[in-house]
Design a protein around this ligand. Structure first.
Ligand SMILES: Cc1cc2nc3c(=O)[nH]c(=O)nc-3n(C[C@H](O)[C@H](O)[C@H](O)COP(=O)(O)OP(=O)(O)OC[C@H]3O[C@@H](n4cnc5c(N)ncnc54)[C@H](O)[C@@H]3O)c2cc1C
Length: 394
C-alpha cells in the first residue's frame, strides 16, 4: 500500500484504504466515537500481543505488482490460429478482483465456442479463471512456468483491496464501470468461501493508528502516480469503520479507528483452489514460453493469458509496470486475529504467518528488483515490537 492512500484513509471521513496491505478497509465510511460499537469492548482491550521479534521472521518475500496505467488488460486478440484472451495487469488488486476478472475473460473465451481452454499462468488470475471455466463445463489445461507456492501471487498481503494500484487517476473514469462489475462479482464469490475448513477466507477486524487527527495528513509517495480510487462505488459492500475515543482502546496513539475487512489466508486458499481444479479433472503442464509465437503449438484454439508481470516480456507489453512490494512473515499466532495499520507498516494476521509489510516507502514504482531487503523488514518488526510494549493490557 502506499502512503498517500494510507494517509487519506486515516484522515478522510470516508476511509479510503485501498492499497495492498492497507486497503483492508477499502471504502469504509466511519461512524463517530460516540456511535454504537465505539465504547470500550473486549475486542479492543483483549487483543493478544504479537510476539514481534526479528528472530521470529520466517521469511522475507518480494514480488512485483503488475500495474498498468489503464487498468488490467482483459480483451481478446487473434494471434495466428489462436484466440488469446488477455487477463493480466491487476496491480495490487489481483486476488481481490480475480473472480470478477475471470468471469469477464471466460465470457470472451466462450464467445469463440471453445470447449477446451488453455490457461497460461497459475497465479491468482490463472487459477480462478481456470476454475470458472471448469464450472462452465469447459475442459481446461493450465500451462505455467511455476505453480503455487512459487508464483508472485503467493507473496501478496492477503486483504480485500479491489482498487489498489489498479489504474492511474487519468484512466479511472474509463475503468470505473468494469471495475465495479468485477468487484461485485468477486465480493459475492468470496462470501461463498467463508466458513470452510482451513479458513481460506475470513472477516477480520483491524485498527488504524495515528498520532494526529484523521484528516490532517496530506502525504504522497513521491515517485508513484496518482491512482484511480473507486471505493465510493462499493460503499455498500463493507462495514463502516469506527473511530475509537481515547481511553477506549489499548493503543498509545491518540487516534484509532477500527475497521473490518476480508482477509485471504493465501496458503490455504491457494491450496483449496489447486485441489478443486485438480479434482475437477484440470490438467497442468509446467512450461515456460519465451515468445508469444510458441503458443501456436498448443492444442487448444482458445487461450487465456494470465501471466501477470510475465506478460510484459511474453507479449512485449511495456505498459505493464512492476511495482515492488516486500512482506515479512512472523511465526503464526492463531490467537492474534486483528490487523494493524500504522504510518509505515501494515500487519495482517494470516494463518500462515503474521504478515508485516513496510508501506509508504518510495523506490518501488518501476522497480523489478525482487531481492529481499531484510533490514527494512527487521526495522518494521522492531517498530511493531515497540508498539506491543506500549499497549495497555488491562
Ligand atoms: C507486496 C504485495 C502485496 C499485495 N497484496 C495484495 C492484497 O492484499 N490483495 C490483493 O488483491 N492483491 C494484492 N497484491 C497484488 C496481487 O498479488 C497481484 O495482483 C496478483 O498476484 C497477480 O496475479 P497473477 O496471477 O496475474 O500473476 P502471478 O501470480 O505472477 O502469476 C503469473 C503466472 O504466470 C506464469 N508465467 C509468467 N510468465 C510466464 C511465461 N513466460 N511462460 C509460462 N508461464 C509464465 C507464472 O509462472 C505464474 O504461474 C499484492 C502485491 C504485492 C506485490
Amino acid at each position: 500500500m502506499e502512503r498517500r492512500q494510507f494517509l487519506r484513509q486515516a484522515g478522510a471521513t470516508l476511509a479510503v484504504a485501498s492499497t495492498a496491505g492497507l486497503a483492508a478497509c477499502a471504502g469504509q465510511p466511519t461512524t463517530s466515537p460516540g456511535a454504537a460499537g465505539a465504547h470500550l469492548s473486549p475486542d479492543a482491550t483483549g487483543l493478544a500481543p504479537i510476539r514481534a521479534s526479528v528472530d521470529r521472521i520466517t521469511g522475507v518475500y518480494v514480488c512485483t505488482r503488475p500495474f498498468r496505467a489503464a487498468g488490467p488488460r482483459i480483451e481478446m486478440q487473434k494471434l495466428g490460429s489462436k484466440t488469446v484472451v488477455h487477463n493480466y495487469g491487476h496491480g495490487g488488486s489481483g486476488w481481490s478482483l480475480s473472480w470478477g476478472s475471470g468471469t469477464l475473460a471466460l465470457q470472451m473465451a466462450q464467445s469463440t465456442g471453445a470447449r477446451e481452454l488453455g490457461v497460461i499462468g497459475c497465479g491468482a488470475i490463472g487459477l480462478t479463471t481456470a476454475l470458472l471455466a471448469q464450472q462452465a463445463g469447459l475442459s481446461v489445461r493450465i500451462y505455467a512456468k511455476a505453480l503455487p507456492p512459487d508464483v508472485f501471487s503467493m507473496r501478496a498481503s492477503g486483504l480485500w483491496t479491489p482498487d489498489s494500484r489498479i489504474c492511474d487517476a487519468e484512466h479511472a473514469a474509463a475503468l470505473a464501470d468494469r471495475w465495479e462489475m468485477m468487484t461485485r462479482i468477486s465480493y459475492a464469490r468470496y462470501q461463498s468461501l467463508l466458513g470452510l475448513p482451513g479458513k481460506p477466507i475470513e472477516w477480520i477486524d483491524g485498527y488504524s493508528l495515528a498520532d494526529a487527527p484523521f484528516g490532517s495528513f496530506h502525504g504522497e509517495v513521491a515517485d508513484e502516480p496518482e491512482y484511480g480510487e473507486f471505493a465510493d462505488r462499493v460503499r455498500d459492500l463493507t462495514p463502516r469503520s469506527v473511530e475509537l475515543s481515547p481511553g477506549t482502546h489499548p493503543f498509545p496513539e491518540p487516534y484509532v479507528r477500527r475497521y473490518t475487512t476480508l482477509m485471504f489466508n493465501i496458503s490455504s486458499y491457494a491450496n483449496l483452489l489447486m485441489s478443486e481444479y485438480l479434482a475437477a479433472g484440470g490438467k497442468i503442464e509446467i512450461r515456460e514460453f519465451s515468445h508469444a509465437e510458441e503458443l501456436q503449438k498448443l492444442p487448444e484454439h482458445t487461450l487465456v493469458n494470465a501471466t501477470g508481470y510475465g506478460a510484459r516480456a511474453l507479449f512485449n507489453d511495456e505498459s505493464v509496470i512492476p511495482v515492488r512490494g516486500q512482506t515479512a512473515r512472523l511465526i503464526p499466532q492463531p490467537e492474534v486475529t486483528y490487523g494493524l495499520r500504522m504510518k509505515d507498516i501494515s500487519v495482517v494476521p494470516r494463518s500462515d504467518g503474521i504478515m508485516v509489510q513496510v508501506i509508504g516507502d518510495a523506490g518501488n514504482f518501476n522497480n523489478a528488483d525482487v531481492t529481499p531487503r531484510r533490514a527494512d523488514s527487521e526495522a518494521a518488526v522492531r517498530e511493531l515490537a515497540d508498539l506491543m510494549t506500549k499497549m495497555r493490557r488491562s
